[in-house]
Design a binder for this molecule. Structure first.
Ligand code: PLP
Length: 363
């Protein structure tokens, strides 16, 4: 990591992340649900992993193998879970460093068996059922069940850990009593056939929490993989209008410095063509307004519309790769060049800011 001095800075409030993790773990615990703490949104920051473990998460989960390898390297004695279907090219690392992975390809599972045999280690798999969101998983439950029986009966090192699903990612499909109920039926069928309980019936991510809060989550679901609600708690209150008691939003704050303040027209001057991204944006003419230019840009946060200024009197109007433009006309704060501005954020900017080596992190 490069040593960035000053700004932009990302302030990470680790005790508040701990409080959120504890709250989610307790809420889910009341319904017999264990929480896999998902660290991919923070680029696997070790301090977050530590707080997740202290709060009682049952696994540390990520889509990125390297972050799970780091978790083991730092000596944490917790199970790791790979969330993205493993690549054929990462199976040796998978069986060495990861305890459980989400899977949907029988061919890959045969190769995991071989990789396990080489080092004499077992590996648990969760078979994914696609309930309509159309990202990963078996679309036909019978295929999933056939593979489950094959793993249970014929494989020595690959263990059938359970079944799972993912919703609300590609297809924006809501988790419901009906679709999660279907997962539970598949789980029950498998359990009847293998004569034991499945360790994992994994019913999704943050977007399943509303069902937990309302007490409607189908019986049988015993695991959720949670990142956003713990790390930011923005989606539930702001997008789902679900307020979970005990969760706070004071976890990540972005601070950037003002490098220019000027009064300018709000409509560009000259013949309009394309912006720096090849797009043809539209501009509203609001007359001459006071604007601040901040030293941070798309390279750092990618989506300026997912940042929320703490000063409610300002308005983000645009960004380029290294600049953020803010209308400060109506703000009661007397900004000067050199002052900083602070922002809350949704998941996208957090993901990028955490992985950027050009953003200073403070804890
Ligand atoms: C990212 C991810 C999660 C966590 O999602 P959040 O919305 O951050 O809770 C869970 N499961 C899978 C498969 C994922 O890729």
């Amino acid at each position: 990591m490069k040593k960035v001095k000053g700004f932009p800075a990302l302030h990470i409030y680790k005790e508040n992340i701990y409080e959120n993790a504890k709250c989610v773990v307790e809420l889910c615990g009341k319904h017999g649900i264990g929480v896999s703490g998902v660290i991919k949104g923070v680029n696997g920051l070790q301090i977050v992993t530590e707080k997740f473990i202290q709060a009682g998460c049952t696994q540390i989960a990520s889509s990125r193998m390297e972050q799970l390898i780091d978790t083991k390297k730092h000596g944490y004695m917790i199970d790791t879970m790979l969330l993205r279907i493993p690549m054929k090219s990462e199976l040796n690392d998978l069986v060495k460093h990861v305890d459980v992975s989400l899977n949907s390809e029988s061919e890959t599972i045969e190769l995991i068996e071989k990789a396990c045999a080489k080092i004499g280690k077992s590996h648990k798999v969760i078979l994914m059922l696609d309930l309509g969101d159309l990202r990963e998983g078996f679309f036909h439950a019978e295929e999933l069940m056939d593979l489950a029986m094959h793993i249970e009966n014929d494989l020595e090192f690959v263990k059938l850990g359970g079944v799972g699903t993912n919703l609300g990612c590609y297809g924006s499909v809501k988790p419901t009593v009906e679709n999660l109920g279907a997962l539970c039926i598949v789980a029950k069928n498998i359990e009847d056939r293998i004569g034991r309980k499945l360790e994992y019936v994994s019913g999704g991510a943050t977007s399943t929490l509303p069902l937990v809060v309302s007490g409607e989550v189908p019986e049988g679901i015993n695991n959720l993989r949670i990142g956003e609600a713990i790390l930011l708690n923005m989606d539930m209150p702001e997008l789902w209008e679900v307020h979970i008691e005990g969760l706070n939003q004071d976890t990540f704050l972005l601070e950037a410095q003002i490098i220019e303040i000027k009064k300018k027209p709000s409509y560009p001057v000259g013949e309009l063509f394309i912006d720096a991204w090849g797009n043809k944006p539209t501009y509203e003419d609001r007359g001459v307004r006071t604007r601040a230019l901040l030293a941070i840009g798309k390279q750092d946060f990618v989506m300026h519309d997912k940042l929320i200024p703490l000063d409610g009197g300002v308005e983000i109007i645009g960004s380029s790769s290294d600049h953020l433009i803010i209308d400060i006309e109506n703000s009661s704060v007397g900004y000067k060049v050199g002052d900083t501005m602070k922002f809350k954020m949704f998941y996208g900017p957090m993901l990028h800011l955490c992985s950027s080596e050009w953003v200073r992190k403070t804890y």
